[in-house]
Design a protein around this ligand. Structure first.
Ligand code: ISC
Length: 381
């Protein structure tokens, strides 16, 4: 696939997003590289390594579980897509790529909307039931960890202004990966802190990210120390490291686990460990299949945890907590997991939030943790 290209200068990259209203499109901002990639107008679904080699970039996502029944997720995910137009901003330069005809993108100012909204009914009773089903599995030693989640329906008074939500997500979450995927009137978007897998040449990076404490203006440094030394959170985190490392060991013996530190976000601190590996043989997409879902999103042992989630969560996860990424023609790229996320459809916002449950987790505390995680989406409205 041959693309023409030209340098452009947009005051706000969201001008590109705005230009292709109603077209299928994606946005991906990588805070590690300070790099923006957007694509618009579905060109082709990519189904082989050979086809991928001809792509400039492809946007790829798969749903958390393979089977989707809920109509609101229909047509979204489980596809790797090449687009007709791309906007790429890296090293301070903006480039527009076009498959056939070039296009003029008008510079726009993003107007920030303050949406009025109300939540769906209180779901604490549902949460208690879900928690206790999982807690039973843990106390009877069937499973060590399960990540359970909530779907919170937020009804806005007006149609949601997606550009405004994206602008807010970017401004308020500078350490997060911002993603959005629009198709058929619906947008799945979010600001996730978690890398599932990055592959560049032979170098692989995955994050173990699990274990959470809320931030505090008064004693933020102390909160970090508490989290680093809290046995429940350290245990929850170690399950994720061990599982990622064990999966990697099946394919490579060059693995390096970094020291565990803190990843600080707008409202939360997380325990964070970088896991590096070297591998020449497998593709990024193969690695994603092997690792998804890590116990930061599913649980451990994975199959038992996933059965419990399927049985007791009342909503379908769809793209929540699922792999979402960008691959280039060399097969290099990055997948993050779709957390701190929401599906927007007209006036309705379905926001998702979850947390890991292990031995000694407390039902109410975990519910509060999901409320804190929900702030990423709520504060963007
Ligand atoms: C599942 C979510 O967060 C995961 C990522 C970081 C910390 C987590 C935790 O401490 O429970 C979760 O494993 C979510 O935000 O919906």
């Amino acid at each position: 696939m041959e693309y023409g290209k030209k340098q452009i200068k947009l005051d706000n990259p969201l001008s590109f997003w705005n230009h292709f209203k109603n077209e299928e499109r994606f946005l991906f901002y990588n805070p590690l590289k300070k790099e923006f990639i957007m694509g618009a107008k579905h060109l082709k679904t990519i189904s082989s390594k050979e086809e991928l080699k001809k792509c400039l970039y492809a946007f790829s996502s798969r749903t958390f579980f393979n089977l989707i029944k809920d109509k609101k997720w229909s047509g979204l995910g489980n596809e790797t897509i090449a687009f007709e137009y791309y906007f790429v901003e890296k090293d301070g330069e903006q480039t527009l790529y076009y498959f056939k005809d070039s296009v003029e993108i008008e510079n726009i100012q993003i107007k920030i909307s303050k949406h009025s909204y109300k939540y769906s009914n209180d779901d604490y009773e549902d949460w208690k039931q879900l928690f206790s089903a999982v807690d039973k599995g843990i106390s009877t030693k069937k499973v060590n960890k399960v990540v359970i989640s909530r779907e919170v329906k937020i009804q806005c008074d007006t149609c949601v202004n997606v550009e405004s939500v994206l602008q807010n997500l970017m401004e308020k979450n500078p350490n997060s990966f911002i993603f959005a995927y629009y198709k058929n009137g619906k947008t799945f978007l979010g600001a996730t802190p978690e890398v599932l897998l990055q592959k560049e040449k032979n170098n692989i990076l995955s994050y173990a990210l699990a274990g959470t404490i809320s931030r505090s203006e008064k004693d933020d440094e102390l909160r970090k120390e508490i989290l680093l030394n809290d046995s429940k959170n350290v245990h929850e985190h170690k399950i994720v490291i061990d599982s990622i490392v064990n999966t990697m060991k099946e394919y490579t013996n060059e693995i390096m686990v970094d020291k565990t530190g803190i990843l600080t976000l707008k409202n939360l601190h997380h325990l964070h460990t970088n896991i590096y590996a070297k591998d020449k043989k497998s593709t990024l997409l193969e690695w994603v299949k092997r690792l998804h879902p890590t116990p930061a999103l599913g649980g451990y042992p994975a199959n038992t945890a996933l059965e419990l989630i399927k049985k007791y969560e009342k909503h379908e996860r769809g793209l929540y907590a699922s792999p979402i990424g960008i691959v280039d023609g060399n097969g290099y790229g990055i997948f993050v997991v779709g957390i701190r996320s929401a599906l927007i459809d007209g006036n309705e916002v379905f926001a998702y939030t979850g947390c890991g449950v292990v031995d000694k987790s407390d039902c109410k505390d975990e519910y509060i943790e999901t409320k804190n995680k929900l702030k990423t989406i709520v504060e963007s409205l």
